[in-house]
Unconditional design. Structure first.
Length: 248
């Protein structure tokens, strides 16, 4: 029997991977430097994040600044699940592709992005997801127990990859331009890994129970941030409109 052909890498041949690695390093290091200059960043890693192997990083989403912040301060390189609209022009498609982002059709039924994400995980990479499906604050935030999209639990169970839940607080303040000059605080709490069900993954209700476990982890992370950093209700995520002063 002839040997099996090597499985192609999910990010392309070696020259393309080198180009993506260099481009990603330049962009993300630049973003990290920007936020270190403009903000007072505090990162807490409650448990060591594995430095190799497949993982899923999942975080709440409170502003358009979240992806570069998370990419700059999470200890592993992130391949984001990103809305397909960002890939609308040739220029931005090239940018986000070289940042290893995965285009997602938010209309539903997008199996191509799911297959791509599974392939990336098989290659030992880290997938970044905002399981809320958009910017959320208050009662609509997963930090307050709001329901998340089912894709996170499904991807974790299908791949066997652990989920690293994260809570990001403070990036919504950057909608107010003056806060870029005040070194506004940013708080990132990186939680313990949550393992997907293995033996009973196909049992009725397994995905729902796993989603509930993830939900409890996000709520716990916000409580951890409040206690650790002494946050007040005004520090917790608010809508972009509220931060801009459009609504009282």
């Amino acid at each position: 029997m002839p040997p099996l052909a090597p499985h192609p890498h999910s990010c392309g041949p070696i020259p393309e991977r080198i180009l993506r690695t260099v481009f990603h390093w330049l962009v993300i290091k630049g973003c990290r430097l920007l936020f270190l200059i403009a903000c007072r960043v505090q990162v807490v890693e409650l448990a060591p994040v594995p430095r190799s192997g497949m993982l899923i990083m999942a975080s709440n989403h409170i502003s358009h600044f979240d992806p570069p912040i998370m990419s700059g301060f999470f200890p592993r390189r992130l391949d984001w699940m990103a809305m397909g609209e960002l890939f609308g022009t040739h220029f931005w498609r090239g940018v986000f592709t070289r940042l290893n982002c995965i285009a997602v059709d938010r209309g539903g039924g997008d199996r191509t992005s799911l297959r791509t994400a599974l392939h990336r995980l098989q290659d030992g990479r880290v997938i970044g997801i905002f399981p809320e499906g958009g910017i959320r604050a208050g009662e609509y935030s997963i930090l307050n127990g709001a329901t998340m999209k089912p894709g996170l639990a499904a991807l974790s169970i299908m791949s066997g990859a652990s989920v690293i839940p994260c809570a990001l607080i403070g990036s919504d303040r950057l909608y107010k331009p003056v806060n870029w000059l005040r070194r506004s605080p940013l708080y990132l709490v990186i939680g313990d890994a949550v393992e997907p069900p293995k033996q009973d993954a196909r049992q009725p209700g397994a995905r729902e129970r796993f989603a509930e476990e993830l939900s409890r982890a996000f709520v716990s992370l916000q409580k951890e941030a409040v206690e650790r950093f002494g946050l007040s209700p005004g520090d917790l995520p608010q809508t972009p409109q509220a931060r801009k002063g459009i609504h009282p």
